[in-house]
Design a protein around this ligand. Sequence first.
Ligand code: GLU
Length: 480
Amino acid sequence: MRVRFAPSPTGFLHIGNARTAVCNYVLAKKMGAAYVLRIEDTDMERSSRESEQSILEDLRWMGINWDEGPDAGGGCGPYRQSERFDIYKRYTDALLEQGKAYHCYCSQEELDDMRKAASDAGRPFTYPGTCRNLSAADRKKFEDQGRKPTVRFRVPDGQTITVNDLIKGRVVFESENIGGDFIIVRSDGTPIYNYIVIIDDTLMKITHVIRGEDHLPNTPKQVLIARALGLPVPEYAHLALVLGPDRAKLSKRHGITSVEMYRKEGYLPEALVNYLCMLGWATESGEDILPFDEIVRQIEMQNLARSAAVFDFVKLRWMNANYIRSADLARITDLCVPYLREAGFDTDSYPRPWFERVIDLVRGNCEVLSDITKHAPLFLREIMEPNEEADAILREEDSRKIIAEAKRLLETDLSEENFAAELVNRIKAATGLKGKKLFHPVRALFTGSLAGPELDQAIPLIGYERCRARAEFMYGKYAG
Ligand code: GLU
């Protein structure tokens, strides 16, 4: 069995397409199918190699490995459509010769007028077949006018196209209702998606075409081309659409829509892949978080949803937070470093074991890796300016006693060796304060905030020198 992912390199990898890529991958693993990556770059103006590169990079980042593709080779190449024009031309010549396609000389303006007339009359546009039966003389006249023809496929009348979609079920189309004879080759000689996609699916021996439901209306055109060329038709599985929370087409205004941005914000690939698999699929047990191999084990094509799935940004963040908490600590530390560097911290100046303990202590508060820049500075800054809440606490009379005692202890009685174990107890003993009255000011004093990790874990990591510096700083501010 063989599946394919066929992106058009006209921009970044959109999250909806990433979901198609992931579904193909997981189902390929399930079926033991080969995964073919085909680049659909016939729109010369909008396609670019940079976009292709970034799509490949995003796919790799998500852990998708293809068996055949532009960089991987394989027996059915080339894998870029722009390198296959001679193949398509052979098919076009055959269609023209057999009268199954014809040259059309209608200009863009003429077609626009026809389209406008249809829309003014409130009916869908159907090409009226103006150039269907041109004589050689007609054609010469147009050629002499300098018109460059497109090639149109002659849609046969009275054909029923039944697609037994593996997800959507049986979908029936009539050839009368697909908009008339459609263009298969543009006037500049570049072929059109709906035409060559089926040629490539056949030549690349694709057995299962798994793609977004937005391509379901294209399927009858592709099937008609296959019939005209005597090519076999693959199985189709159209994945239900992904909508934004307001049930409109998922777009930028809903949130991040490019895989690259998810990566940059600090989503883990396994979290994104897990979430994308859960769009339109649910486990029997209702579990959401499961490793890729387990998804492969449990997923079944026929259990994928037929109706649209809503992209839940909050749930994805929640899922990512779970993955950050349970992932290998050394890996998470490595992944956090660039965010902290970017924020201006000299991460190389700390011993690695200490750094990992810091990350471990705060990763539970990170939904995305970039959140580390909110939670780690507590350990990376010399001084923490108190926030509003902490300021209010530190102004209280009892707090002044605590600050003064902390400063004294750190400067005289306590040392690097014993401060972590003794500091809070000694302040308690000296001031007679306890509970909230003790812990809120102590926390505010050393962290500048009332929220954050457990104090008894935070204080040793902040370290003796910085605790001393912070006590001195707060003393100057509140108790001096
Ligand atoms: N290049 C098409 C797209 O990106 C692929 C459609 C298909 O899978 O047939 O939408």
